[in-house]
Design a protein around this ligand. Structure first.
Ligand code: SAM
Length: 298
C-alpha cells in the first residue's frame, strides 16, 4: 500500500483482485475515490464482492484479463488512474481448491489450471494435445526444467496407452522422468512442470509487458504502478519494461546529444525489488519468492 502511496479521491486499479486482500486494505486504510477491481476468475470476483461490500459504492468489478486496458477503461468510464497493482500468478484460493487442478498435490483433480473457467484451452489440452517439441519448449521456457525432453517423451509414451486425465497421473510421469538424485533437490519434482503448463494455459507471460506499458500510459503524473512477481521469468519482464520506460533513448551511447527524441516516462522507485522479510515469511510462507517492483509516472 505504501508502494502505491494512495491519494485522497484517487482512482486505483487492482489488476489481480484474487481474494481481495490488497483491495480491502486499500479501501479500509486510505480515503481513495474509486477502485477498479479486475480478475479473470469469476469465483474470485464473487468471493471478493462479498468481502468488499462495505465499500461497494467505490468499487467497480470487472471480469476481464488485465491486458485489455482500453476495454476496462472504457467499460468503467475512466480515462486516467492514480495507481495500478498487479499481484501476478495464481491465488491461494486457486491453489487450495484442488478441483481447479493447479496443484501437484491434487492427486485426483482433473488437469485444468484455467484461471478463467470460460476459456477453451486447459491443462488437459496441453498435456494430451501438444506435440513433443512444443512440450519441451514450454517446460524449458516457462519451467526452466532441465529434464524437459525426458518428461515430454514420457508424456507422449503414456498418451499412446491412455489419455492423461488427472494431476496425479501427470505427477507420476514427471517423477519417473527425473533421476532419483535430482529429485532430492530443488523442491517438489513436479513444481517446474506444473508452473510451465499453468503459464501456457493462462498466457501469463505473453502480454505482461504490453499490459504494463498500457497501464503506465493510463497513469496520471505522479501515479504509481506496483508489480509483485513470483518467479524469475515474470520478474525479468517487469524489470525490463520499467527500465525501457525509464531510459528509452536508442541513440548510440557515445553520441554527444540525443537525437532519437524518446523521453523517459517513469522513474523506478525500487532499484532492487522488495522481498518479504523474516516476519512475513513466517506468517506467509508463500511470499518466499515474491518480488515487488515499483515505478512512478513522470
Ligand atoms: C496472486 S492472486 C492475487 C491475490 C490478491 N492480491 C489478494 O490480495 O487476494 C492472482 C489473481 O489474479 C488473477 N489473474 C492472474 N492473471 C490475470 C490476468 N491476466 N487478468 C486478470 N486476472 C488475472 C488470478 O485469477 C488470481 O485470482
Amino acid at each position: 500500500m505504501q508502494a502505491l502511496s494512495p491519494r485522497e479521491n484517487g482512482i486505483y486499479v487492482d489488476c489481480t483482485l484474487g481474494g481481495a486482500g490488497h483491495s480491502s486494505l486499500l479501501l479500509s486504510q486510505y480515503p481513495i475515490g474509486k477502485l477498479i477491481a479486475i480478475d479473470k476468475d469469476r469465483d474470485a470476483l464473487e468471493a471478493s464482492e462479498k468481502r468488499l461490500s462495505p465499500w461497494k459504492d467505490k468499487v467497480t468489478f470487472v471480469k476481464s484479463d488485465f491486458k485489455c486496458v482500453s476495454d476496462v477503461l472504457e467499460h468503467t468510464g475512466v480515462e486516467r488512474v492514480d495507481g495500478v497493482l498487479m499481484d501476478l500468478g495464481v491465488s491461494s484460493y486457486q491453489l487450495d481448491n484442488y478441483e481447479r487442478g493447479f496443484s501437484y498435490r491434487a492427486t485426483d483433480a482433473p488437469l485444468d489450471m484455467r484461471q478463467d473457467a470460460e476459456q477453451a484451452l486447459s491443462a488437459f489440452d496441453v498435456v494430451n494435445g501438444y506435440g513433443e517439441r512444443d512440450l519441451i519448449r514450454i517446460l524449458r521456457d516457462y519451467g526452466e526444467e532441465r529434464f524437459a525432453p525426458r518428461i515430454a517423451r514420457n508424456i507422449l509414451r503414456k498418451r499412446e496407452q491412455q489419455v492423461i486425465r488427472t494431476c496425479g497421473e501427470l505427477v507420476d510421469i514427471i517423477y519417473a522422468s527425473i533421476p532419483a538424485a535430482a529429485r532430492r533437490t530443488g523442491g517438489h519434482p513436479a513444481k517446474r512442470t506444473f508452473q510451465a503448463i499453468r503459464i501456457e494455459v493462462n498466457g501469463e507471460l505473453l502480454y505482461l509487458k504490453q499490459a504494463i506499458n498500457e497501464w503506465i500510459e493510463a497513469l496520471n503524473p505522479g501515479g504509481r504502478i506496483a508489480v509483485i512477481t513470483f518467479h524469475s521469468l515474470e520478474d525479468r519482464i517487469v524489470k525490463t519494461a520499467f527500465k525501457e520506460l525509464e531510459n528509452p533513448c536508442t541513440c548510440d551511447p557515445r553520441a554527444p546529444i540525443c537525437t532519437c527524441g524518446k523521453v523517459p516516462t517513469v522513474k523506478i522507485i525500487t532499484k532492487k525489488p522488495i522481498e518479504a522479510n523474516e516476519q512475513e515469511l513466517e506468517e506467509n510462507p508463500r511470499s518466499q519468492s515474491a518480488k515487488l517492483r515499483i515505478a512512478e509516472k513522470l
